[in-house]
Design a protein. Structure first.
Length: 472
């Protein structure tokens, strides 16, 4: 019955062709499709072989796939890899890949639902004494699984209700997990005191602000604190790229102003700052920091990198996405709110699966440089038109700099609002002020600065060296 459903063999071929010819296409295929999406036996066998190449970290291309097929003697029903993948009458576009993947997933789901119908008929005719309630429960479990695979829903197929001792056991397990977990802190003491669980595993956070207000500065300071505390960080930078993001870390560590690093070509070869940059880069190489170099990022790419690190035995604590709006999945002109909600749901599942924290940098609408800027502080209302951020996020931080808008106010302060905290107190009125050194991308709590009279003098020297030794 399932085999008689409509299929799309041209999509099956095209998806495999693109996966073997474009580096960014492979994660989108192998992280979103299973062998069930390929109805034709030859393409299903070819998908399985290509998946094994992909999971082995060996470069996936037409040559490596042919070698794998030959070494494993994969049965392609008398056809060759090139014959199956290359169709001179159709030129495939990687721009259409997401549509192909979605359609293949839908067809696979339809075939599974058809199997449910067959299962229902079989159960009714062969097990006449079965209670309807039990049969409904079986069908419901299988339908939930199809829904989860197709739409990424987090709905559990476990329909039990917890009561009595089983309820007590589940609650005790939850408390034990909290006691055993370590609170991952941001490094900004004023903020960390108010965060109930910190950047908790399995949760999503949002750092939101208007363009230019300092989202990346906050992220860079978080990353430094996390890495120096031994927390592993996976960073995706679809907006800036690895070079510009690295420059910001270098500025923070070396005390060399960011604009000076941008003018490195004007430095003399004997300039001591060259050595400072080299030491900064080497220091960062010792951090548990993993940076994805490509700016073409999607949820499938993020999932692929998490799986790759897990295969290497590396547990990621925090994933940063800067900027969420630049993800391939949400950079669309139509249906953006729906796509944002879907991507956040997928991220939530990844956070739960890999027990890591997802921190997304989100841009809210731009404002002109207003003199009376105080009344333009962002609120959660500013996120409502941008998708499902407020609903899905466990933690929302909003940023504001009065000096950015008001030229009469010194631009050396940044305010962070603890707008939402699922596990504790939050709200649009909870604003905390920090000192901002724009040239060095450094953010510090005001009370720490006031209690440390040497803070201003220390800004002139690198943060990773002192008079005697390196402090890494």
């Amino acid at each position: 019955m399932a085999d008689s459903l409509p299929s799309a063999p041209h999509y099956e071929r095209a998806a495999l062709y693109l996966a073997t010819h474009y580096a960014d296409a492979a994660p989108r295929v192998f992280e979103n499709l299973t062998e069930d999406a390929f109805l034709a036996p030859r393409y299903r066998a070819l998908f399985q072989a290509a998946l094994r190449v992909y999971q082995s970290d060996e470069p996936l291309n037409i040559g490596s796939l042919i070698a794998r097929v030959q070494s494993e003697q994969v049965d392609l029903k008398g056809a060759s890899v090139t014959t199956l993948l290359i169709d001179e009458d159709h030129v495939e576009s990687v721009q259409d890949l997401d549509q192909m993947v979605a359609r293949l997933s839908e067809l696979a789901a339809l075939r599974k639902l058809a199997d449910l119908g067959t299962h229902l008929v079989t159960q009714v005719y062969e097990q006449k004494q079965q209670k309807p309630r039990d049969l409904i429960a079986q069908l419901e479990d299988r339908a939930f699984e199809v829904e989860r695979q197709l739409y990424g829903t987090n709905r559990s197929s476990d329909n039990r209700l917890f009561h009595g001792e089983e309820y007590v056991l589940r609650r005790q397990q939850g408390i034990a997990q909290r006691l055993a977990s370590e609170k991952i802190q941001t490094g900004l003491s004023t903020l960390d005191k108010r965060l109930t669980v910190g950047l908790a595993a399995g949760q999503l956070s949002i750092i939101a602000g208007r363009p230019g207000v300092g989202k990346s500065s906050v992220k860079i300071n978080f990353m430094r604190a996390l890495c120096e505390a031994g927390q592993s960080v996976l960073s995706f930078t679809p907006e800036m790229g690895i070079v510009r993001d690295g420059d910001r870390l270098d500025s923070l560590l070396t005390r060399i102003p960011l604009n000076e690093i941008g003018r490195i070509r004007s430095w003399d070869q004997t300039d001591a700052r060259h050595q400072l940059l080299e030491e900064s880069i080497r220091a960062q190489s010792q951090w548990p920091l993993f940076v994805y170099p490509d700016r073409a990022v999607s949820v499938a790419v993020i999932s692929a990198q998490l799986r790759r690190l897990r295969r290497l035995g590396i547990k990621v604590d925090v994933v940063f996405v800067d900027l969420f709006d630049r993800l391939r999945d949400v950079a669309v002109t139509q249906g953006k709110n729906y796509k944002v909600g879907l991507v956040l749901q997928q991220m939530s599942e990844l956070a739960s699966t890999f027990q890591c924290h997802f921190c997304n940098l989100v841009q809210i609408r731009r404002l002109g440089r207003q003199t009376n800027a105080k009344r333009y502080k962002p609120t959660l209302e500013d996120l409502k038109d941008s998708g499902s951020f407020e609903e899905m996020a466990d933690l929302v931080l909003l940023l504001f700099r009065e000096g950015y808008y008001n030229k009469d106010v010194p631009d050396n302060r940044i305010e962070i609002c603890l707008a939402k905290q699922r596990d504790g107190m939050g709200g649009d009125s909870l604003w905390f002020e920090f000192h901002l050194n724009k040239e060095l991308m450094e953010i510090t709590p005001l009370e720490e600065r006031e209690d440390d009279p040497a803070a201003d003098a220390r800004e002139a020297s690198p943060s990773f060296v002192d008079d005697e030794s390196t402090v890494w």
